[in-house]
Design a binder for this molecule. Sequence first.
Ligand code: NZQ
Ligand code: ZN
Length: 397
Amino acid sequence: MFNFNYYAPTKVIFGKGTEAEAGKLVKAFRGTKALIHYGSGSVVRSGLLERVKASLDAEGIPYAELGGVVPNPRLSLVYEGIGLAKKEGVDFILAIGGGSVIDSAKAIGYGVANEGDVWDYYGRERQAEACLPVGVVLTIAAAGSEMSNSSVITKEEGGLKRGYRNDICRPKFAILDPELTLTLPDYQTACGCTDILMHTMERYFTNGGNMELTDQLAEGLMRTMMEKARVLKENPQDYAARAEVMWAGSLSHNGLTGCGNGGDDFATHGLEHEMGGLYDVAHGAGLAAIWGSWARYVYQDCLPRFYRFAVNVMGVPAGKDEAAVALEGIEAMEEFYRSIQMPTSFAELGITPTEEELADMAHKCSVAAGGKKGSAKVLYEADMLAIYRMAASGKTP
Ligand code: NZQ
Ligand code: ZN
């Protein structure tokens, strides 16, 4: 068991109608003028934007507005937001949306609170010293950005999708009203469930230590997520399942499921970020499309964990042949993805990269990771390329 830090400072307000508290919360966290940041229209159509504005009005908090965030949020809009926030003199950013909006809000927060080009942080050139406070009204359970220290931005030039982690961007509060997710398209619900699962899996498949409590929390979260994802596939309006999934999304990426096991593989995420940068695919679908190839490539190097996953999470009967059981667990996971209409290969994802593009993604992935990535198995550029080739061909090398 490893020593660990656990830092989850975000105040969570959970349940029906809680978005009405947005104004009070901004005030409680000393916001005097807010930038309301949102996506491409769902919050306008649902009326949520108007309700949140009313709650700010009720507290006498003025605001500026910037919509237009797209999935795989763009650096150009971040720059626009930084300019607007400075011009308007805002001291708080209120993100209404999902991971893309929240990440864009965090990036604007860095850009306003520090001198110089905000991309420097994503390009690993320097560290941010400060960030404007960010609050969240969450509309999709997925990325976990509402409690995480991470922000992922895409620079249009070169199709570079890069993450930056720093505790100073963790949101001050997160309003989690599961009812807000009832309007999600089925595809986004499934993408979100996949991402939530993956955030715990990235921490679970490790060659680090072992902490039984953490492992059992992780296994319970994964089993619950799969069960509720199936429920939502049949009945997207099931409030109880929406609520379970929403809370799982926050717990899966706030560090809880990695405490004490040194779990920080995140190779699947690194591989997906290049796919998102180049092909603009939905993050969750990209993860599902690459995970099986990654798992088959690394499982022999992390056999005890893959065995345990197969038995405790996927319900594969225990057996003497650890590798065979582990492989059955991987197959069962892929079957689960297919059951919620998630892809398990590049073809199913709808992309057909050339050999040159696969090599380009592997190179960029390795550079972004500083040369190597992973704990289940440490991956170098050649390994990354091999995994991309497996996902492209549907074959194990
Ligand atoms: O833009 P609108 O119109 O709101 O539509 C969005 C968007 O098209 C729609 N949507 C969201 N809530 C809705 C809704 N549609 C109807 N009803 C609602 N209630 O869903 C689409 C996807 O939204 P997005 O914010 O992109 O989803 P998600 O939360 O999955 O975020 C994905 C981004 O987060 C990054 C990903 O890489 C990706 O860029 N990640 C961020 C992390 C972090 N900061 O900690 C960790 C993750 O691993 C991930 O990398
Ligand atoms: Zn993710």
